[in-house]
Design a protein around this ligand. Structure first.
Ligand code: NAP
Length: 333
């Protein structure tokens, strides 16, 4: 009973802080877009980047969540930069409408794959197929897939936000790492909500991945865990980083209540960042020459969001995700 009351209070506190944070992000994102770096400047820097200057045969990208609001724009931008894009979607019907429908952008450099990130075996089988199709050469991996505000749900005993938003990325990275070289960029979409997640008490590695307080805390905490996992990967030979794409009215809000949905889909599109600008920022971060391994970025700035976690907690999170990924991949500990 006492635990339930404390969980409810935590969830309410995180929920209120998430909406205040969204408001402050909205203001700072408008400022960034109109006064710091606009569309032309970001695009110009992307075009001049070393990643974009590579030979066309090297320009191979993998994008997850490619049928999402931000993911589809990331794919569109990469195709316009002459990348061959291996796009992973959650829904084939929706993807066909987006890429091959009336308003689509057909390209002979676009390859579509479908996968459900709640099924680890599917992720591994797909990674093997992509490794084969890309002939072991991937220059950019952008992880746009993500879920938010899912009710209490466990996937193979892992809380569902942690499973889709973190473990799926860990599996892709481990299964595809042979295709990554020193110049490869791996960029995962985080969220500024990681700043307001409550840090759980470190009881055990298992508790870090199973504990569920409520939907807002679970989403925010999964993004904090993602930033910590990215930091742990800073010792890899390829460059991994995390980025908050901005507050964008999108399919991500499908689990919010009626009132929030109404405001998000009817009113917010006039005021908030759109998917195209978010994608521009994502690709800009992925291609910037000075991208720092293991860092988290918001509007081109590095923010030390993982400082709130103890070294022991970060290590336990990394161990837990590595152990699960290795087990799924059949790699001995
Ligand atoms: N929008 C924002 O305000 C915002 C803010 C901060 C961070 N982000 C992050 O940005 C990323 C992209 O979000 P978005 O706004 O573009 O949301 P979105 O439109 O809902 O896109 C999410 C994508 O993830 C895919 N996905 C979700 N669950 C999946 C599963 N089990 N298996 C395979 N694919 C799955 C979805 O596929 P289907 O739709 O086909 O299921 C979709 O392609 C997310 O990681 C999100 O956390 C967004």
């Amino acid at each position: 009973m006492l635990l339930e009351v404390s969980n409810d209070l935590t969830e309410w506190a995180v929920c209120v802080r998430v909406y205040f944070l969204a408001l402050s992000c909205w203001i700072s994102e408008i400022f960034f877009e109109y006064f710091t770096k606009g569309h032309t400047e970001l695009l110009d820097e992307i075009r001049k980047s070393e990643v974009n200057q590579q030979h066309i045969s090297e320009k191979v990208a993998v994008v997850t969540g490619a049928d999402g609001t931000i993911g589809r724009e990331v794919v569109r931008l990469l195709l316009s930069m002459n990348f061959t894009v291996h796009a992973i979607v959650g829904d084939s019907y929706k993807a066909n409408e987006i890429f091959h429908g009336k308003a689509g952008y057909p390209s002979d450099r676009l390859r579509l794959y479908r996968s459900n990130f709640e099924r680890n075996k599917e992720i591994i089988a797909l990674s093997r197929l992509i490794a084969e199709k890309t002939r072991g050469n991937i220059s950019i991996f952008i992880g746009c897939a993500g879920v938010m505000l899912v009710r209490k749900k466990y996937i193979n005993n892992i809380e569902s936000h942690l499973s889709v938003n973190v473990l799926a990325n860990a599996l892709f990275i481990k299964a595809l790492q042979e295709c990554f070289n020193e110049r490869t960029r791996v960029l995962l979409l985080g969220s500024s909500t990681c700043r307001v997640a409550m840090v759980p008490v470190l009881e055990s590695e298992e508790h870090l991945l199973t504990n569920y307080v409520g939907p807002y805390q679970s989403y925010a905490y999964s993004k904090l865990a993602l930033a910590a996992y990215v930091e742990h990967l800073s010792s890899s030979r390829f460059t991994t980083a995390c980025v908050h794409p901005g507050v964008v009215p999108s399919g991500l809000y499908r689990n919010t209540n009626f009132f929030v949905k109404l405001v998000t889909y009817i009113i917010c599109p006039f005021f908030l960042r759109n998917g195209a600008f978010a994608a521009l920022l994502v690709v800009h971060t992925a291609t910037r020459n000075d991208l720092q391994k293991g860092s988290y970025y918001e509007d081109t700035k590095r923010i030390p969001v993982t400082d709130r976690l103890s070294i022991q907690c970060k290590q336990s999170l990394a161990n837990a995700f590595n152990r699960l990924a290795n087990k799924e991949l059949g790699i001995a500990a």
